[in-house]
Structures are given as C-alpha cells and as structure tokens.
Design a protein around this ligand. Sequence first.
Ligand code: PMP
Length: 397
Amino acid sequence: MTQTLAAYCRERVAVVRAADRFRRRRVIEGAHGSVVVADGQRCVNFCSNDYLGLASEPALARRMARAGEQLGTGSAASQLVTGHNAEHAALEAELADWVGRERALLFSTGYAANVGVISALMGKADHVVADALNHASLIDGARLSGAQKHVYVHADADDAARQLAACGTGNRLLVTDSIFSMDGDTAPLSALAEQAAEHSAWLAVDDAHGLGVFGPQGGGRVAEARLDSQRVPLLLATLGKSVGAAGAFVAGDDVVIEAILQSARSLIFSTAPPPALAAAAREGVALARAGDRQRVHLMALIERFRHGARALGLPVSDSDSPIQPLLLGDEAQALAASDALLARGFLVGAIRPPTVAPGTSRLRITLTAGHDEAQVEGLLAALAAAVAPVTANRRRA
Ligand code: PMP
C-alpha cells in the first residue's frame, strides 16, 4: 500500500527529529553585517561568508538600485534566449580579467555552476577524481555526469595520483575545493596541478572561499599559487561570498567556456540572474580587487583569533583562512556550545553530521573584514567562559 504524501513526510521529519538533526531557519531582520538581528536577538555574527564585508556596502546597494531603475528587476529569459544583458557581459569580462583567464561565464549560483560544468564536460565513459571533502555541489555534479567517481584521501596529492593512475580509458577530471568550506584548510594546489599534468587530467578548482581573500588583488588561492589556465583550465567561484552579491562563474580558455555555454543544462534551462545583480557584482568585484586594506585587516583578525583560541587551549585547526573550526567531536557538545555562545550574544554555527563526518562536529567560526578587534576579543571571552571549561574537562577525562 502506498502512503499519502503527508504521512510519508511526517515520518521523514520524525526521523530527522529522532536523530536530533532537525534544523530550522533563523529570521534575520535588517541588513546583513558583523552584527545581525536573528530571531529578534541582536548578536555578533560569526557565521557569514561575507569575507570583505561587501554584502552591506552602500556602494553595491546604490549601484544595484540604479541599475534596477534603469533595467527593471527580471532578466525575463535564459542566457541563450534574451536574458544576457550588457551588464552580465561586462561583469563576465571583468571577472575574466580579475582571475587572468580568457573568458568567464556566469551562472545563477555556485551550486548551479559546479553541477552544470561537471555534468556538461564529463560523461559515463569518463572519470572524476575528487577530494573526499569536496563541496556537495561538486559531488552532485559528478553524480549527475554519470562518470566513474574516484575519491582520494583529503588533501593528499599522492593518493590523487594513485587514483588517477588507476583510471581506465576516457577523459579524467581532477576536482577540488581550494579552501574547504567546513575545515578552512587549503588543497595542495600546485602538487595537484603537477599530478593532473602527469596523468593527462583536467584540473577544476572551486575557489569559492579563496576569491577576494587571497592572492594579488584578491585573485584567489589559484592566483596566489600562480596557476595559469594551462595548469588549472577550469576555475570556478561564487559571487555570494567575498564579492558581496550572488551568482557564480567559471573561467578558462575561450573554447572551453564556449563548450560549457553550449551544453551546461543548469545555465541553458534557467532564467539569467537579474541584470541589476550583475551591476552590484561589478561594483563588488572592483571593491574586492582594490580591497588590500580589508585583506590586511582580515588576516590580522585571523591571527588574533588563532592566537587567543590556542592560549585558551581550544581545539584550533591549522586553517589560515577566515574559516576557523573548533573541533569538539560530539554533536550535543557542539550544539550546547553554539547555544551558550548565542546566550552571550555571539552567533556561531554548530556543524554536525551529515554535513561533516560523525564524531567531527564542530563550531564553525568565520571571520570577516567587517569585524573589528573588539568583536573578536568578545568572542574569545565568550569561548573562554562557555566552551574552554568543557574542552578542558574532556582532555582531563
Ligand atoms: N562551492 C563551495 C566550496 C561553497 O562553499 C559553496 C557555498 N556554500 C558553493 C560552492 C555554492 O555557492 P553558492 O552559494 O553561490 O551556490
């Protein structure tokens, strides 16, 4: 007997609740920033990916409003029909120039870009070789492509080489995040590029968390490692993090981008982003490129946080990026720590399975250039009061 949809869904939700994994959305009132009002409570926000503080920058909002007045709200069609506005074209040219590639192609989101690019280029006869901790969108892109999947030990270029060597005939795509979203650590990009060249594989890097934060003019982790389009022919990044807007892009040689434009289904069968959003992103790109002062400030905050957290005996990772996890292990403990911080006015996410492996639950603290030193000192004081005693007890136990 088939169930009613409502009965089936009630059971699904009950299973999530029983596993203590029920999640709800907070309602944020007002603008995003280093301080937010979440569910009516004002708190310092250490959950955001707005690494340069541009999401609430008035210059972006003004540009978006102006473009909205002139161009309207909707793009009204997909890119290959009539959705590709001059604002989108200009943004693509500016993005390509920023990351030093011939051409860039916009997508609505990073998720759509990753799924679209991988499934456009790879097929059943091919091989995708992927880091074990890659972002869900890269995993889903590989699944959708139907290619054979080979997963290598996280950030281990030697294991990636072994997996590449074991691929049979067919094209090979080596794919990795640059900075891993739940750990904040960085892939061994140069070593992976070497292995890709050695084994005739194409390398795709998702620089979602590196763009705007690292490299000359914030060109990203790939630019910082000086990896050109020969070595990293597929460079992906989102505009929803350091650029302070939304959308995403893939950049590479002209012919590669053309092939993706002709076949990426998440782009072809989807309405183009609003042109006013592209206008805001253009402002975000210009400010991110010129954002050395913000990058210096952000790096100082990261150092201050790491030094302070280490001094408190907290389980600091070796991440040098704005993503600073504190690995607590136990799910209940991570949740309790997040609640205790919120009670002190600090919004910090507890990341639990299935987002991370069982036994690796953590607090995920993200720092941005929008924070000031006093806010980081405040967070450290709250951690000292609410979390350090618990982790110290665990070490003694
Ligand atoms: N890649 C990585 C590494 C990410 O962390 C994210 C966002 N969490 C995405 C892609 C998806 O980007 P978007 O939010 O623009 O869909």
